[in-house]
Design a protein around this ligand. Sequence first.
Ligand code: PAF
Length: 281
Amino acid sequence: MRTVSDAPSLRAAVRSWRNEGQRIGFVPTMGNLHAGHYALIELARKHADRVVASVFVNPTQFGPGEDFARYPRTLAQDSVGLAEHQCDLLFAPDVETMYPFGPEHAIRIHVPEITDTLEGAHRPGHFDGVATVVAKLFTLVAPDLAVFGRKDWQQLLVVRRLVRELVLPVEILDAPTVREPDGLAMSSRNQYLDTAQRSAAPQMHATLEWMREAFAEGHKREAIERVAWQRLERAGFVPDYVVIRRARDLALPGEDDREKLLALAAARLGATRLIDNLPFD
Ligand code: PAF
């Protein structure tokens, strides 16, 4: 696996593969890679001849007081893991390459509507940062397809909207959430948890599963959300939201909605903010 950090080297490598008629798959990440990320690489591999991954801790998607400064940066270890998972090229740019005028002066892409709720409401500006960096990365890598995890469901919807709106020739694939044996969704932020928080953390997934069951049994959405909130609080979480929404646009489900639904939650355990979701059958 080659590692490049500048745009001309990245473009030259991708161009040579494209000239040979090869299909390029792309997995954007912020590093500190775990089995969830490697599952994205493996899915890209199934659909493409070459796989490019990026590692870039994107400053514009972190709000003031969030964990940008302490976000784990483990490039050497990530690069070993990516090579082991048959990634062909690692793009690891610095901030100047991605934001030549500085992050605070960057052009920002705002994806409307879908970003007004849930993560967007609790992390103002977060999805502008995500949409901006994803658009830049797509422009740099020019992949045929890109893979995103379903754990960040709202991000996936934002990226799909971005691609349609900017008419980007990139197919978006989504990969299932990878979980620890006790149900906790894998996340780079799990390593912030102390021992007591780590043993409470699977309660988020357990609560989402309980919501799915309660809904299947015919209980009302509002009542389920209220009890789920209390369950999270009892487990030591401070919830931002725990809700049932339509999967395709995160709108409130109507009575007898035949649409696909999912439960989504975001909550803090101490200083660590965890998110997760669970589709209903
Ligand atoms: O999901 C992530 O790790 C990030 O939001 C992404 C898509 C790499 C953009 O920085």
